[in-house]
Design a binder for this molecule. Structure first.
Ligand code: FES
Length: 196
């Protein structure tokens, strides 16, 4: 997998003793500066998803602000249990520009879209799970996320074209009836549209 660096922040935006959270390809990533180097890890704590980017950083270790689990910002490892780790991303600083290698994210997005399309085409979660060495429940979770992502992209493009989203547009939204995956209430879609 070749590296794919994209600019995500300016160096001066990252405080010395705290992180900065950026959104990249739909994922929240926490950037930290420690001893002159910038590091990037998944913003979500392994415990209950607390925002690591809002934690205090000392000597290369960030403390989750929710229940104080600690993570090494260089490796993503949990200090007390190094076998547990959050995702890390390679960082390149060019002048003031902080760039992240997002190839692992884009590869995952492409894989997730492929899984969704193949499920819609009639392949089973069990077969796809075997192929990807995952459990079927994970395949269904991936497909659900990919479906929401595809819908948001579709809605965003429609909004750009029309300058508004109308209720009848919901009838044309992609992946409305993917069997076995419940999207939830129509209100959820309305909430998404409100956000747009
Ligand atoms: S959510 Fe981070 S320690 Fe609990």
């Amino acid at each position: 997998m070749s590296a794919e660096f994209v600019k995500v922040a300016q160096l001066h935006e990252i405080p010395i003793d705290r992180g900065k959270v950026v959104q990249v390809e739909g994922k929240e990533i926490a950037l930290f500066r420690s001893e002159g180097t910038v590091y990037a890890i998944d913003n979500h704590c392994l415990h209950e998803g607390g925002p690591l980017g809002h934690g205090l950083v000392k000597e290369g270790v960030v403390t989750c602000p929710w229940h104080l689990w600690r993570f090494n910002v260089r490796t993503g490892e949990m200090v007390e249990a190094p076998s547990m780790k959050v995702d890390c991303f390679a960082v390149k600083v060019e002048g003031e520009d902080v760039c992240l290698d997002i190839s692992s994210l884009t590869a995952r997005i492409r894989r997730n879209r492929t899984i969704l399309r193949r499920l819609v085409a009639g392949e089973t979660a069990e077969d796809l799970a075997k192929e990807h060495r995952l459990i079927p429940e994970e395949i269904e979770r991936i497909a659900k996320q990919a479906r929401i992502g595809e819908r948001l992209i579709w809605l965003g493009e429609l909004f750009q074209r029309q300058g508004a989203i109308y209720s009848q547009d919901l009838l044309r939204i992609p992946y409305r009836d993917l069997e076995g995956i419940s999207y939830g209430a129509q209100e959820k879609l309305d909430e998404l549209i409100e956000l747009l």
